[in-house]
Design a protein around this ligand. Sequence first.
Ligand SMILES: [Mg+2]
Length: 288
Amino acid sequence: MYGAIIGDVAGSYYEILEARARKNKQIRSYMEKTMILDKNIPLFTEKSSCTDDSILTIAIMDAKLNNKDYKETLKEYGLRELELGKDIYNRGRFGKGFVKWLTGDYEGDSYGNGCAMRISSIGFLCNSLEEVKEESYKATIPSHNHEESIKCAEAVAVSIFLLRSGLPKEKLKEYIENNYFKLDYDLDDLRLNYLFTSRAIDSVPQAIYCFLESKNFENAIRISLSIGGDSDTIAAITGALAEAYYGVPEDLIEKVNPYLRDYMNPVLEKYYGKNKKKVLEAKHVKES
Ligand SMILES: [Mg+2]
């Protein structure tokens, strides 16, 4: 959750740059994309914001922690966010398809990556692989009842659960490739050729790959921002896996907290504790 939120807020500005480039049928240069790998470039600025990835991450977390219905909770959080009107970039709070689902009364069948950006708590809060798969399915189908979405959300939740359980990166790669999709990418190739897409099957594998290539939590976020595309969502997914593997550095929690909505705190505190101690525990790997 905190990993996903940090990825979302850090990626929010880059997603704007990527979407702008896509609109103008351009691709941001390799040099521009890789600047974020420099640790001196701040992850959070006045141009950063908390977006749908964080809002819906907390919605799923709230539902799972407090035994609420996933569909109702997603709608509650989504509709509350819609009331805020346009964001700081004069854009809608959610994609058009999700707004239609929020304000309508039907089952959503989106194949978008929204299913995976919000799923991390399932990997953190469930106690068995079976429970992870079952809850991931239940949390996904209200709005994303499409086979690609069900598969991608499950792959993220399962990855988090397995990393928490101590599975090494190489074994995770093997597991995901045998059960979900190939992860045979190259970072530089992605930086040069990867194009913006919100389709889950074309962005979730890339996000998992960025985590596999990372050296520590912050590096994972920076790598995920360096490939371009739907940056806040990709970084939210990479960040969620990085949290399960590395834990989250205290300074990043302090820096991201001012971007959160007030109503998120009780939900986060229920899992992490008042002093957020739980988030600081590296599960089994020290920062390198
Ligand atoms: Mg977003």
